[in-house]
Write a protein that binds this ligand. Structure first.
Ligand code: PAF
Length: 287
């Protein structure tokens, strides 16, 4: 695996590539990231076995962290990440420093539409999707991928990126990877590393609560009386009773994350975010 740090070196390394398949990360990789890397490898081997290249990036993007969030303490495990990427089919790793990617303050930014980006995660993390969209757009400009892979664990992020690519007419195919879970059902996340042993055992309750909410939504739809406000409040209360601080647990339409006012026969998704101790976790389930 070829490791490059500057945009110029990246462009040189990728110049001969007949096809580029890209996985953007902030490092501290887990199996969910490695699944995406393997999907990228398979796509290149299937579509351009001669001369295609897989590319990953590791960059902890200050722009997407709020002032009271964990930018400084975000786990950085570069050596281990490199070994894992190399073992999972990565050809080129782009690992810029902040000076390499943002040599001057990044004053041109991508502002995604409020109806998609100021709800759910965006409501609790103001500016988060501006930071994500800006860095992903910039990384896309640096890598110029043909295909890019993002995890469904960050469901709203995947939607924001899909909309950005479509609206900006970027010639990139976006592919979503399924959420990787631990044996007990806990969604893998770099932030799981913040959890104590007891919290780790408790953390699966977020996905259990979402399963319960999904079942309640299905049952309400089947009966033709879906009271979303009531089932969402009950799911939040159940977590609160276990000592969590939920931000939201909600049933939304899959295609635009808009809320429901009653029974709905469109594909749905339940999404949740909640704090356990000091750690904020997110998860979702397609219904
Ligand atoms: O999902 C992440 O790890 C980050 O939000 C991303 C897409 C790499 C942008 O910094």
């Amino acid at each position: 695996m070829h490791i490059v740090h500057t945009i110029d070196d990246l462009r040189r390394a990728l110049k001969p590539a007949a096809l580029r398949a890209f996985v953007a990360t902030m490092g501290n990789l887990h199996q969910g990231h490695l699944d995406l890397m393997q999907m990228a490898r398979q796509a290149v081997d299937a579509r351009a076995p001669q001369g295609g290249m897989t590319v990953a990036s590791i960059f902890v993007n200050r722009l997407q962290f709020g002032p009271n969030e964990d930018f400084d303490t975000y786990p950085r495990t570069f050596e281990r990440d490199c070994e894992q990427l190399a073992a999972n089919g990565c050809d080129v790793l782009f690992a810029p420093s902040e000076k390499d990617l943002y040599p001057e303050p990044q004053v041109f930014k991508v502002h995604p539409p409020a109806d998609l980006a100021d709800i759910l995660e965006g409501a609790f993390r103001p500016g988060f999707f501006v930071g994500v969209s800006t860095v992903v757009h910039k990384l896309f400009n640096c890598v110029q991928p043909d295909i890019a892979f993002f995890g469904k664990k960050d469901y709203q992020q995947l939607m924001v990126i899909r909309r950005m690519v479509q609206q900006m007419a970027l010639p990139i195919e976006i592919i979503g990877g399924e959420t990787r879970r631990a044996e007990n059902g806990l969604a893998l996340s770099s932030r799981n590393g913040y959890l104590s042993t007891e919290e780790r055992a408790e953390a699966v309750q977020l996905s259990m609560a979402l399963k319960g909410l999904a079942a309640a939504a299905r049952a309400g739809n089947a009966a033709g009386v879906l009271d979303v406000t009531t089932i969402e409040a009950a799911a939040m209360e159940a977590l609160r009773a276990r000592g969590w601080q939920p931000d939201y647990l909600t049933v939304r339409r899959q295609h635009d994350l808009s809320p429901l006012t009653g029974p709905c026969d469109e594909p749905l998704v339940v999404l949740g975010a909640a704090k356990l101790g000091k750690t904020r976790l997110i998860d979702n389930l397609e219904v």
